[in-house]
Ligand binder design. Structure first.
Ligand SMILES: [Zn+2]
Length: 331
């Protein structure tokens, strides 16, 4: 396996000095990275990071589930899990996949405090453009007056770096706002990732995270964890809360459950796909019920996902206080 400085590097990247200085060693966290012969390297621990498709691969190879060599040898971690297969289909199959994706993504908004709204309000209140880090960005882009760097473990247009949240390639206090939407379920060690978010945020910096609670496995092997509303709050205990709540309602959960029960009656892949599509149609009225239940705090106990929006603070919230924050149906 190729690692470090021995790798073949495919790059036409041109970086200016200021851009390079944004990146910090994800291995020792002790120095900014320098560029040398189209490789980024750490002058402190001598770790090397290749640049592929003009994107620096800033992964701590010895600790991450993502291998640096895979970005060179296999083109990275793209595929079905990241939705990139949809566009390769043609004709009826492509239409079917797109309709299925639209039906799957349909959900009643359960809160006005979305990632977009939180970031927009934050940027509005600032006289200087805030520095924003997006983790697990996928194809999501924000149209706000801010210096935004998009990171992910898969390539996508406009991505600033391939980075693993367990070892962020940025210096302490580098950002004013960090977004992690549908990310923390995919990391092996969520507390470690939140600790990294805390580290790279400036004092008074803000985080917005939305994470699944009652959701079936998605993205295959790269799906590890779920959080109850209080479990999610505890994860962010070194943040004071601005707002938190339900990101997806129980109607969405009911739709997923219907699909898991009915589609899995069939061992055949084709029948499972057909039944899944029928279930996606049947789940629309179930999802519409979230209109009625979204204001009921008891719905939090059966949410499909939860969000937390908060400000970085030095002191961790004690567990006894976290227990007191419960506001579901058993209150
Ligand atoms: Zn280093």
């Amino acid at each position: 396996m190729q690692t470090g400085c021995d790798m073949t590097i495919e790059s036409d990247a041109i970086y200016d000095e200021n851009h390079i200085l944004q990146f910090w060693c994800p291995v020792c966290h002790g120095s900014s990275l320098k560029i040398e012969e189209e490789t980024l390297h750490c002058p402190l621990c001598f770790a090397c990071f290749p640049v592929v498709r003009s994107i620096p691969i800033l992964i701590n190879d010895s600790k991450s589930v993502f291998a640096v060599s895979d970005y060179i040898d296999r083109g990275g971690y793209e595929g079905v899990a990241y939705g990139t297969q949809t566009d390769r289909q043609r004709g009826v199959r492509r239409l079917y996949r797109r309709m299925a994706q639209r039906l799957s993504e349909f959900a009643i908004p359960t809160s006005h405090v979305t990632a977009e709204a939180a970031l927009a309000a934050f940027c509005r209140d600032r006289s200087v453009r805030p520095r924003v880090l997006v983790l697990g960005a996928g194809n999501t882009r924000y149209d706000e007056p801010a210096e935004v760097i998009y990171t992910d473990v898969a390539f996508s247009p406009g991505i600033g770096a391939i980075a693993d949240g367990h070892d962020l390639p940025f210096d302490d206090g580098s950002f004013d706002f960090v977004l992690a939407v549908s990310v923390l379920e995919h990391v092996a060690d969520p507390p470690r990732v939140v600790s990294e978010i805390w580290r790279v945020l400036a004092p008074e910096g803000r985080v917005y995270a939305a994470t699944p609670f009652l959701q079936p496995v998605h993205m295959g092997a790269y799906d590890f964890t779920r959080f109850t509303p209080l479990g999610h709050r505890r994860l962010f205990r070194r943040f004071s809360e601005i707002d938190s709540g339900m990101a997806l309602g129980p109607g969405v959960v009911a739709g997923w459950s219907l699909r898991m029960v009915l589609a899995n009656l069939f061992p055949s892949r084709r029948w499972r796909a057909a039944t899944s599509f029928v279930c996606l149609l049947l789940s629309v009225p179930l999802k519409l019920l979230d209109f009625a239940t979204r204001r009921n705090p008891a719905s939090l106990d059966g949410a499909g996902g939860v969000y937390f929006y908060g400000t970085r603070q030095e002191v961790a919230l004690p567990d006894r206080e976290i227990i007191g924050l419960y506001r579901g149906g058993f209150s």
